[in-house]
Design a protein around this ligand. Structure first.
Ligand SMILES: *[C@@H]1O[C@H](CO)[C@@H](O)[C@H](O)[C@H]1NC(C)=O
Ligand SMILES: *[C@@H]1O[C@H](CO)[C@@H](O)[C@H](O)[C@H]1NC(C)=O
Ligand SMILES: *[C@@H]1O[C@H](CO)[C@@H](O)[C@H](O)[C@H]1NC(C)=O
Ligand SMILES: *[C@@H]1O[C@H](CO)[C@@H](O)[C@H](O)[C@H]1NC(C)=O
Ligand SMILES: *[C@@H]1O[C@H](CO)[C@@H](O)[C@H](O)[C@H]1NC(C)=O
Ligand SMILES: *[C@@H]1O[C@H](CO)[C@@H](O)[C@H](O)[C@H]1NC(C)=O
Ligand SMILES: *[C@@H]1O[C@H](CO)[C@@H](O)[C@H](O)[C@H]1NC(C)=O
Ligand SMILES: *[C@@H]1O[C@H](CO)[C@@H](O)[C@H](O)[C@H]1NC(C)=O
Length: 807
């Protein structure tokens, strides 16, 4: 992309002029006007600036003598390079570089001292009147001065680590140009790093390590966001677009407000982010980051390290290893990893057994990848012998999966916290020279105290530097947490410790189920319910289903997702807190409150409205698939909110039916779940009908009172259907209401419920029609008896309760 270009200054330098001074900032470099020293180009809207800069901090212990040509936000006080021309070829002191139009019409950085070109746009120029302009969107273009649409080169085609608003990531299929983001090596060194963000030809975005290993994928574009990155549509996120046609495949975004200062890119740790500048705090605030935690970035700490997200300095060397390049570590580039303090003896001294290599155990470890499985070894001892017998073997682990050994460098070793390690973690035995292990043991027993701090003053210095960084980071984080609520983010990506703190370490349990547990939590300005999903795989599925569906929509009758956390193995969802618990508690649990009829009727309408919205009004049709009283929550005023979208199925606009595996809860399942697997939104209508009956009767349809002596004719929905035909509905209503009911509404509700549970999905109304009927805007005919139910409850053949339940 940007290749070294130390070409001797020759014919090309015909048009070098002495630098013109810029009294007023301009946005153009032209043959008569070059840029040098602290001169800047400023875009006409004053948003972007271009010039030479020295990244990093002059007062840091590692001062930087390199300067780069780059673009940054003109008004952001903290210099944030957005694009760098010469990342690989910095201008080294004491050179004073100059940016000019060179003799061949290209834009070039020239070094007077060595008479060389440090960097050039190297475009094929077909006119003799080129100029370079910094546009209002931050794009630096080299074009003809007489014809502004004749563009020879533009910085948007050669991005570094930032995606500008309006620029593209992806492919120009005609020219083969692939625009990708590449991380910078460190906070000071602007050379390309090892992480990149690319768009595959299939249209899926990937974060890659060394251009080969994908450690994060975006999922498919669904029209509004990438499937696995639902956070993209938060309130403060820009407007993302994905285009895929014969000519190109790219991803871009625009800002709703052009003056907003938004920074989207890939940081030095390999994390993709979208951030915004908080003018009041003079700080960047990252709205969005993927992966959420550092240790999920492939090999972020390099070889022979342990990554621990619970520490501010998340990378640490394994026992017996030291940082390869302390300077790089301090500058946020840990990818070099650690090196062995003492070389392995590796059988070279077979006769002196005391000096053979030993193993050091590390507990609660996410094991490195690329393990080699050794079937032959059937015990930990045998496994360690297998490892010792091969010089390239550096570690082994013996556990549920048998014996695993690793060769050469160990990557991606992660420290799991005790609580999160349940079964996933293992013990990793790393191979160390015997002498190394002896010194470790002595340290442990306190015989050599000095060693702990570091063998040299260099080590002590490093420690002080590291402490300073911890300090700095801690301070930073503190201000960030304080600022969070101010931003008013749509959906918050919480950190695990935030939710742990909010729920007082998950102490106030509100409920539980097969999916996990729900806890009460307190944010500074609101109360939340935090659902912690259990079971790594199932939890992940439910988590994704939930953020995918409820995360994108808002309706008064749908529970609001406040935020979520997906950190390591933890999957948590945070909702607005519902003080009146759920409908099943209010209806069936013998508590003091009896929901009056008006409230019940309003709940029925509210749930119907929520479902109607899900089925028709949001972009894609969402089938909830698990409507039951437990999933209908009630707020302080008993306004119902549909919750638990863990089983929801999203259908694209063009589809109305889905093939899916059976899901839902027995007692509320439509017959088509049992007869086949093609379902429509009418499965929710069926379940709604069942719930409506329960709202009327105040009892479970399947409660035992309804099955006196094995007589199923008292099954409430069937009873209701018959009484409806007989015109005797008063007796159906919950007795605890003591007659305080509106009989017109009861009859209406019974009719609707009965229509909803018809066997044939085409006979059932839509949820929209249900809403209209409940509101009295639509008159319904008398419903027929549902045939299947009738056959079972009225028929003479014996029926097993199990079969009955499955309806
Ligand atoms: C620069 O902006 C001013 C208004 O702020 C406008 O009048 C002028 O035409 C712009 N110049 C160019 C070259 O776009
Ligand atoms: C540079 O470091 C000094 C002291 O460590 C600090 O006060 C100053 O804010 C830093 N400057 C920048 C731009 O980070
Ligand atoms: C410039 O033109 C030459 C010859 O036409 C072509 O081979 C080369 O690919 C072109 N370079 C660019 C950057 O378009
Ligand atoms: C550019 O070329 C045209 C003819 O090709 C010539 O008339 C003009 O003087 C040239 N301009 C410069 C600045 O050299
Ligand atoms: C300006 O350049 C564009 C792109 O090269 C070209 O299509 C257009 O004809 C040119 N216009 C004029 C007036 O020369
Ligand atoms: C990255 O990949 C290149 C070739 O694909 C390989 O030579 C290099 O060793 C890799 N880097 C690391 C750190 O593994
Ligand atoms: C979002 O961007 C697309 C494409 O650039 C545009 O068509 C659409 O109008 C934008 N939406 C909003 C709300 O600005
Ligand atoms: C050691 O293990 C490596 C990787 O499995 C293998 O390629 C090599 O042949 C082994 N060496 C010996 C001496 O067995």
């Amino acid at each position: 992309m940007l290749l070294p270009c130390h070409v001797l200054l020759g014919l090309l330098l015909l048009s070098l002029y002495t630098p013109a001074s810029y009294a007023a900032a301009t946005d153009t470099v032209s043959p008569g006007h070059s840029l040098a020293g602290s001169d800047r180009l400023v875009s006409n809207n004053s948003k972007f600036a271009l010039g030479f800069f020295k990244p990093g901090n002059e007062s840091s212990s590692y001062t930087n003598h390199n300067s780069y040509l780059g673009i940054w936000f003109n008004k952001v006080s903290k210099l944030t390079p957005l694009w760098t021309a010469n990342g690989e070829n910095p201008v080294v002191d004491p050179t004073s570089p100059e940016l000019a139009i060179s003799g061949d019409g290209n834009l070039a950085i020239l070094d007077h001292a060595t008479k060389s070109i440090i960097w050039s746009t190297r475009a094929n120029i077909t006119t003799n009147d080129t100029i370079a302009v910094l546009l209002n969107n931050g794009n630096l273009v080299l074009r003809s001065s007489s014809n502004s649409s004749n563009i020879f080169w533009q910085s948007f085609d050669y991005p570094t680590d930032t995606l500008f608003a309006g620029a593209k990531i992806g492919w120009d299929k005609v020219t083969g140009l692939n625009r990708r983001l590449v991380s910078r090596k460190s906070s000071v060194d602007q050379a390309p790093g090892i992480f990149s963000l690319e768009l595959g030809l299939n249209g899926e975005g990937h974060l890659l390590w060394n251009s080969t290993v994908a450690y994060w994928s975006s999922g498919d574009w669904n029209g509004r966001y990438f499937g696995l990155a639902p956070e993209m549509i938060g309130d403060v996120m820009p407007n993302f677009t994905f285009v895929h046609n014969d000519q190109e495949a790219y991803f871009t975004y625009t800002l709703y407000d052009d003056t907003a200062i938004v920074h989207a890119g890939l940081d030095v740790f390999g994390i993709g982010f979208v951030g915004m500048w908080l003018e009041g705090n003079q700080e960047w605030f990252k709205n969005y980051r993927q992966p959420v935690v550092h240790c999920d970035v492939y090999a972020v700490c390099g070889p022979f390290t342990i990554c621990d997200d619970n520490k501010d300095l998340f990378c640490d060397c394994m026992k017996g290893f030291s940082v390869r390049s302390p300077k790089d570590w301090e500058l946020d580039d840990q990818t070099g990893g650690c090196i062995r303090n003492t070389p392995l003896s590796c059988g070279s001294s077979k006769d002196r057994t005391s000096l053979t290599d030993k193993f050091y155990p590390m507990q609660s470890i996410r094991l490195p990848n690329n393990a080699e499985n050794v079937q032959a070894a059937t015990s930990g001892d045998e496994c360690s012998q297998v490892c010792l017998s091969n010089c390239s073997c550096t570690a082994y682990s013996y556990g549920k999966g048998g014996c695993s050994v690793w060769h050469d460098e160990l990557y991606n070793v992660k420290q799991l916290s005790d609580s999160s390690s349940d079964g996933n973690g293992g013990v990793l035995y790393i191979r160390l020279a015997a002498r190394e292990l002896q010194s470790l043991e002595m340290k442990k027993s306190g015989k050599i105290t000095g060693v702990a701090i570091g063998a040299s003053t260099g080590g002590a210095l490093l420690l002080i530097i590291l402490l300073l960084i911890v300090w700095r980071r801690k301070g930073k984080w503190f201000t960030l947490t304080l600022e969070k609520p101010e931003v008013g983010v749509g959906i918050i990506a919480f950190r695990y410790i935030d939710l742990q703190r909010a729920t007082k370490n998950f102490s106030e349990k509100l409920g539980g189920g097969s999916f996990g547990s729900v806890f009460k939590g307190y944010l500074s300005d609101s109360t939340i319910a935090v659902k912690r999903l259990d079971g790594a795989r199932q939890g992940e599925k439910q988590f994704r289903a939930e953020v995918n569906s409820i995360g994108i929509i808002q309706h008064i009758n749908l529970v609001k997702l406040v935020g979520f956390c997906c950190e390591g193995d933890n999957r948590l969802l945070a909702y607005e807190y519902m003080p009146n618990s759920s409908l099943d508690v209010c209806l069936f649990k013998a508590n003091d409150i009896v929901l009056d009829w008006t409230t019940r009727y309003q709940i029925a309408i509210g749930v119907a409205r929520g479902l109607a919205y899900l089925h028709t009004s949001c972009r894609d049709c969402i089938i909830h698939c698990d409507i039951k009283p437990e999933n209908i929550l009630l707020d302080a005023s008993y306004v119902p909110k549909i919750a638990d979208f863990g089983m929801a199925k999203i259908l694209g606009r063009e589809f109305s039916r889905a093939m899916t595996t059976m899901r839902g809860t027995i007692g509320y399942l439509a017959p088509e779940w049992i007869s086949g697997t093609v379902v429509t939104s009418k499965v929710d209508v069926y379940s709604y009908g069942m719930v409506l009956f329960e709202i009327i009767s105040g009892r479970r349809n399947s409660s035992h009172e309804n099955f006196r002596d094995g007589d199923y004719s008292f099954f409430f929905p069937m009873q209701a259907a018959r009484k409806l035909l007989d015109g005797d509905i008063g007796s159906l209503v919950d007795a605890s209401l003591e007659g305080g009911v509106n009989l017109v509404e009861v009859e209406r509700a019974c009719k609707i419920a009965c229509w909803c549970i018809q066997d044939n999905e085409f006979d059932r109304p839509t949820m929209g029609e249900v809403v209209q009927s409940l509101e009295g805007l639509l008159e319904l005919d008398m419903p027929p008896l549902p045939r299947l139910l009738n056959a079972i409850t009225g028929g003479s053949h014996p029926v097993t309760p199990q079969y009955f339940d499955s309806l």
